[in-house]
Design a protein around this ligand. Structure first.
Ligand code: SF4
Length: 339
């Protein structure tokens, strides 16, 4: 079978925000990954870990501090004419977490979605645009007779469908879905995930699906990247991550997913991480997860683990999988009671 091509290649991407002369917030601090055409990569981590900044930097809302973003074989931040820039921006769209605040409350659904259609098909007539909006509404499971209504007249799930229709209006190749289901009821979450999956097949879309936990992301992602404090700490196939996580942070996130069987839920051991994610202004030395890691060792505060492919297709940044580091004298657990 022919290997799918990479649509997006991210190389050592950094996005730092200068706070003042002395302090810099390192929201994204050197990450690399690829997404193949038609693939969904899940990007998971607690709030404040930098995952939304990754999405916003890829879609050119932010300029990267350094690193490369190659989309469809071209550097996104290269020198292009205005028309080329516009096309690149159009090819990458975002769906936001809060569909309500991302939709203009004073515009009807017809106006909101036809804005995108107008950008894409500049010479289209009013009738053509209306027809396109109606098609998009039907595609996302909304009634076209409701196109004259305002965002507040819809439920949260319906508003997210409007947000999806708006993103699709410009016929993008790639969509960053930034926690698109986080604000919705669990029953509605599954509907939106299923809709995104159906649309992906129909329109050959590629997704970066951002989520703050691992509960839903499994159902949509081919591979998952786990992010902590500006870095990706583990990346592998979705199934592999759930069955054989290699990073202690992934293990903790997995242990927090509620199990449907109450008996299993009672008997399983949850890994509770102590404290909050440290500030991205003051990142701990060595492994940035060490201040909360139940398996932290002496060496973890001295050496930063590299992000290495330990098993084909399975990347992880943790000394526990590095024979050389584990041979050191200080490779001993510091939390004796937890080891
Ligand atoms: Fe934990 Fe050390 Fe591995 Fe970091 S390198 S995740 S602190 S064991």
């Amino acid at each position: 079978m022919k290997e799918k091509q990479d649509l997006l290649v991210i190389k050592d991407l950094k996005k730092h925000f200068k706070i003042d002369r002395k302090e810099t917030l390192k929201a994204v601090d050197g990450i690399s990954f690829t997404i193949k055409k038609g693939e969904t990569l899940g990007l998971v981590g607690e709030s404040g870990c930098g995952k939304s900044t990754v999405g916003r930097t890829i879609t050119q809302i932010y300029q990267p501090t350094s690193g490369e973003i190659i989309f469809d074989d071209e550097n996104v931040h290269g020198k292009y004419s205005k028309a080329e820039q516009k096309k690149k921006k159009r090819d990458m769209q975002m769906i936001f977490q809060d569909p309500y605040s991302s939709l203009n409350p004073r515009m009807t659904v017809m106006e909101i979605i036809s804005e995108g259609v107008l950008i894409h098909a500049t010479n289209s007539s009013v009738q053509e645009r209306e027809q396109k909006v109606n098609e998009l509404l039907e595609l996302v499971g909304l009634n076209k007779t409701h196109s004259g209504r305002y965002p507040h007249e819809f439920s949260g799930g319906q508003r997210q469908r409007i947000g999806i229709a708006r993103a699709l209006a410009v016929d993008p190749k790639f969509i960053v879905a930034d926690e698109p289901i986080a604000a919705l009821d669990v029953s509605i979450q599954a509907q939106i995930v299923n809709l995104l999956k159906t649309l992906q097949k129909e329109k050959e879309l590629t997704y970066l699906f951002i989520a703050h936990d691992l509960s839903m992301v499994k159902y949509i992602s081919d591979r998952i990247a786990v992010m902590y404090l500006g870095k990706i700490v583990e990346l592998t196939e979705s199934e592999t991550l759930y069955e054989h996580p290699m990073h202690p942070y992934s293990e903790a996130l997995l242990s927090a997913i509620p199990l449907p069987d109450p008996k299993m839920e009672r008997s399983r051991k949850q890994i509770v991480l102590k404290g909050d994610v440290p500030s991205p202004i003051d990142i701990p030395s060595g492994c940035r997860f060490r201040t909360r890691c139940p398996k932290a060792m002496g060496v973890c505060s001295i050496i930063e683990p590299d992000f290495v492919e330990r098993v084909p297709g399975h990347f992880v940044a943790c000394h526990l999988h590095d024979e050389q580091v584990m041979a050191r004298e200080d490779a001993v657990p510091i939390h004796k009671e937890l080891s």
